[in-house]
Design a protein around this ligand. Structure first.
Ligand SMILES: *Cc1c(COP(=O)(O)O)cnc(C)c1O
Length: 366
């Protein structure tokens, strides 16, 4: 018998062979079975999803749509027109993605070749390091300060010392702490010879955005999403505003049907029903205020102020992983971090008022 001269490891990209396996989240129905708690009784506060769900008009529009068998518009023209009105940004600057996660990856693919570098400012959203690794880039971590503000001089120094740095990723408000970037800091970053990607996934919760600034700069990208404020996380619709010189190249590498028909329809209808959805955002903000007050009365929790739909807490004198496990036993799912500097922190998404009342009751009972 001849041996087949095939060796997978000779063919696979060495950097991917060396990558750690990503731990995916456990879907709702499996969690419910694991915990022995019915799905409708689980309080899911671990992924910053919208507790009110999508606009009721979305369900109707999806059920009624006659074109599910036809490929969607690769340029999302109607949606970009409506987004232009919503964001006060010209449509030629806008591109829609399969979630803003896809746009993060596309931007990386546009700029990064192996050996290039990005600046990441942890603790922050995990997709920036994920995407950089997949694209063969190196990550320079410039850690945030104790209050989660950015270390501006360290970022400026890193750019000066590493000519391979091409991109700076910033979430504002930042996930997981909820603090926002100042205009002064942004201005300093825009003066650097790199592209600044500002991820504003939570913009509707602090009613602030730099998206209208994009046409005035050559190196500012702003990303937004329907996942959080519009309750469409399951349908995957994000969008970004890009300088014209950048978006021209981005169109070349975007897959034509990246945004599916359901996503485009749901996003359009969400914009038509934005008053309803922004009313839910207002409810979430009101609940967040109550939640912060409640959390502050628990002496082993130190909540941070938040401009988003979640609250980060430092756990003092107890094991955060055990608190998370204790909450899960009661059907309440929250986020615990094992990353540097956050081992003793928990993040709670803002649910409905009733869900947060329950969260506080259970926490007080520990
Ligand atoms: C939730 C989140 C996103 C995810 O956006 P999708 O549009 O669902 O891909 C992006 N950035 C940050 C900071 C987030 O917290």
């Amino acid at each position: 018998m001849t041996t087949h001269p095939f060796n997978l490891n000779d063919l696979l990209r060495p950097d991917i062979q060396g990558m750690e396996t990503y731990t995916p989240i456990v879907p709702f129905d499996i969690l419910s079975a694991q915990l022995g708690i019915p799905e409708e009784e689980i309080i899911k506060l671990d992924a910053n999803e919208n507790p009110y769900g999508p606009s009721p008009l979305v369900r109707h529009a999806l059920a009624e749509n006659p074109y599910l068998h036809i490929y969607p518009d690769p340029e999302s023209r109607e949606l970009r027109q409506r987004l232009s009105e919503y964001t006060q940004t010209p449509p030629e600057h806008l591109m829609v993605g399969h979630g803003s996660d896809e746009l993060i990856d596309l931007v990386m693919r546009l700029f990064l070749i192996p050996g290039d570098k990005i600046i990441n400012c942890p603790p922050t959203f995990g997709m920036y390091t994920f995407g950089a690794s997949v694209n063969g880039a190196q990550i320079i971590n410039i850690f945030r300060q104790a209050d989660f503000s950015l270390d501006v001089p360290a970022i400026e120094t890193a750019v000066a010392e590493h000519p391979e740095v091409k991109l700076l990723f910033l979430a504002s408000p930042n996930n997981p702490d909820g603090s926002a970037l100042s205009e002064t800091d942004l201005q300093k970053f825009l003066n650097l010879p790199i592209v600044v990607i500002l991820d504003e996934a939570y913009a509707e919760f602090n009613n602030a955005s730099f998206i209208t600034q994009v046409p005035h700069y050559t190196n500012l990208i702003v990303l937004r999403t329907f996942s959080k404020w519009a309750g469409l996380a399951g349908l995957r619709v994000g969008y970004g505003a890009f300088p014209l010189d950048i978006i021209a190249h981005l169109w070349k590498i975007k897959q034509p049907y990246n945004v599916n028909l359901a996503g485009q329809v749901a996003a359009l209808v969400s914009l038509q029903d934005k008053d309803y959805l922004l009313d839910n955002v207002a409810k979430i903000i009101a609940t967040r205020k109550e939640m912060l007050k409640g959390l502050a009365t628990i002496d082993w929790l130190k909540p941070y102020p938040s401009q988003t739909n979640f609250v980060l807490c430092k756990v003092v004198g107890r094991d955060a992983a055990q608190v998370k496990a204790g909450l899960a036993q009661k059907g309440i799912l929250v986020r615990h971090y094992t990353s540097h500097g956050l081992e003793d922190h928990l993040r709670f998404s803002v649910g409905t008022a009733a869900q947060i009342k329950r969260l506080l009751e259970v926490l007080r009972s520990f």
